[in-house]
Design a protein around this ligand. Sequence first.
Ligand code: PMT
Length: 398
Amino acid sequence: MLKDKHIVLGITGGIAAYKSVILLRLLKKAGADVQVVMTPSAKEFVTPVTFASLSGRPVVSEFFTANTGEWHSHVDLGIWADLMIVAPATASTIGKMANGIADNMLVTTYLSAKEPVMIAPAMDLDMMNHPSTERNIQTLENDGVIVVNPREGELASGLVGKGRMAEPEEIFKAVSDFFAVYNQLKGKRVLVTAGPTYENIDPVRFIGNYSSGKMGFELAAELEKRGAEVILIAGPVSISKKFGDKIKRIDVVSAVEMYEEAKKYFPEVDIAIFAAAVADYRPERHEEEKIKRENKEELSLRLVRNPDIAASLSKDKDGRLTVGFALETDNGIENAKRKLQSKNLDWVVLNSMRDKEAGFMKDTNKITMLSNLGEEISFPAKSKREVAKDIIDVIIGK
Ligand code: PMT
């Protein structure tokens, strides 16, 4: 199952290091070639001999071998590996990874990693719940690290709570699932629009909406994980997420700018997903100076229609798969079906402002997907990250 896969298994200094022996066995049995990298304190818990014997490779722990001067290249490891797993990942190592403190071989390898990285945190419950740990894990997630969440249960301290490393079988499953979707979209290019558009009235005011860009950015991140090259055209959002080389982010402000960029890239892509909340209208005039209140009791703005990006590009899609969203307040299914047809889309993702777990700014969404072949698939409320996976699974037919 993992034949020919190269995995760097990072071990840090926590009692759960003993479970990583079993994880190593599972990876080896599935055919993976595993290079173990240990932090100095990890060696206090399990000896390198155990990992070296089971992996068939000498463990790497120092930057060089003291008696021969042989240099261990963290850069070469980063090029060799298809995946790096840090299990257990202690609070200290997570903190160093999140902040780029490269004072040992493991964190240096992480900073040089070209491959995706997974961590399985393990620590006492107070450390797990500390704001700095939560912040560091969030930073790593934003950096694209996959987190195999710890479980609730009995901890080495004798306390009971969250912080127990996921069982080796669960981590192994996360690795298998990762490789099952890894490269699924290799060679494919996908355009994603995300966030709101702002339509300027004057230098200080605009017409906009509450879209945060979260849904579109999760889609882009998931597409990247599956090997696609992504053109992400984002309206004004405050997401500073750092993506890998496969995502080209283009920031725009207005609907017209978003349309111009989307038009430029559409001919190059295989799939286009329109997740942006695009303003349908813009002020006819953009005043150069701030509009003064003076004695005006009323102010009228004349609005003109913006281009419909999804409809305009999907009109001549020439075999490309196009997916739109429908954000509705009422008659959801009916309106979504109308948008599916009028915009010539293959799929439309309906989310309703009536669902408290769905819509603008939330971390969750609740969707129903409708296809031009009459399919209708509803999902329960999930995090936008999971929703992105569901959408991609459905549109590529997995
Ligand atoms: O960004 P978040 O805070 O995470 O919120 C996510 C979201 C609610 C914005 C997202 O899930 C969503 O529903 N996006 C589409 C919102 C919307 O504008 O829906 P609509 O029903 O008005 O538009 C239908 C489709 O046409 C959409 O795919 C839209 O991108 C596209 N459209 C609309 C108008 C226009 N001028 N050009 C377009 O391309």
